[in-house]
Design a protein around this ligand. Structure first.
Ligand code: GDP
Length: 291
């Protein structure tokens, strides 16, 4: 379910997370490895304040491996430990408790020095809707726990889930809002499937997707759809991008009377295949873009 974030929702979401922060030792911030910046809440540093934090790049099965490594180096440069995972199959998910313990090492040592037996470390998963929070909670719990309701305010009675012997996790994640006021961010989130098409026009999203793919992954796209057209010479020329969309439509038989291409149908195919990973591993943001 995609929610509309109004100021009231944002305030409520923030309060809910702040109440949960009081109960935990570490925040686990989940990002989409294909769009690590666009899938990040704009106020996350302010909201999490000084809490120890582990950053997880999720959906790495769909992301460009080399760019994921660059992102990990980028976050390391900012002083954060990060881990690249795939919550749907569980790849590297078992390293989460290890990293968490490493990050809380000093606190644990201090307790041991005082003769206190440290209790299990307590964590909270936070992230924007659709980034994979529930999938990860279920994976860590080893069973189905989290309801995939992504609305702030819809919290059931909270419980701790045991993850091995030394870690516990709140069964309800902290839901943060995306940086939706930035149109480019909205398009990228729609392209990856985090925002449903009902919110944005499907042809607009596919247009944006083809433009981005032409820029970064022309060969992959051209091969997948057997394109005969040339790559756009000027990506700011809308006609050039539409020419590519039409070629895709023709190759997939999306034709209407008079031999015209049904752009809406073609758009659906482009987005479906892209999101399913049929076009290969695609990352839409690289740390170099920020330089
Ligand atoms: P939440 O809103 O943050 O709780 O997100 P969900 O856990 O409901 O996941 C949103 C969608 O992403 C679901 O369709 C999941 O199956 C999918 N998903 C979650 N993690 C991964 C992953 O690592 N790889 C892939 N390919 N899909 C994932």
């Amino acid at each position: 379910m995609t929610i509309q974030w109004f100021p009231g929702h944002m305030t409520r979401a923030r309060r809910e997370i702040e109440a949960k922060l009081k109960l935990i030792d570490i925040a686990i911030e989940l990002l989409d490895a294909r769009v690590p910046l666009s899938s990040r809440n704009p106020m996350v540093d302010d909201i999490l304040k000084g809490k120890p934090r582990l950053i997880l790049l999720n959906k790495t099965d769909l992301a460009d491996t080399r760019t994921t490594e660059k992102w990990m180096a980028y976050f390391a440069g900012l002083g954060y430990t990060s881990l690249a995972i795939d919550a749907s199959t569980g790849t590297r998910v078992n390293e989460i408790p290890v990293k968490v313990k490493q990050l809380l090492h000093e606190k644990i040592e201090r307790q041991l020095a005082k003769g206190i037996t440290p209790r299990a470390v307590r964590g909270l998963i936070v992230g924007i809707p659709n980034v994979g929070k529930s999938t990860l909670i279920n994976r860590l719990a080893g069973r189905a726990i989290a309801a995939t309701g992504d609305r702030p305010g819809v919290t059931k009675g909270q419980q701790w889930i045991k993850v091995g012997t030394e870690m516990e996790l709140l069964d309800t994640p902290g839901i943060l809002w995306p940086k939706f006021e930035d149109q480019l961010v909205g398009m990228k989130l729609a392209m990856t499937g985090a925002i449903r098409e009902q919110v944005l026009n499907i042809e607009d999203v596919a247009f944006f997707a083809v433009k981005e793919l032409s820029k970064r992954y022309w060969d992959t796209m051209s091969e997948r759809f057997n394109l005969t057209t040339e790559p756009p010479k000027d990506l700011d020329d809308a006609d050039e991008v539409v020419r590519v969309m039409e070629d895709i439509g023709r190759k997939r038989g999306c034709l209407v009377s008079g031999g015209r291409v049904d752009l809406e149908k073609a758009s659906g195919i482009i987005l479906r295949e892209l999101r399913a990973g049929n076009l290969g591993r695609i990352t839409l943001e690289s740390p170099e873009d920020m330089m």
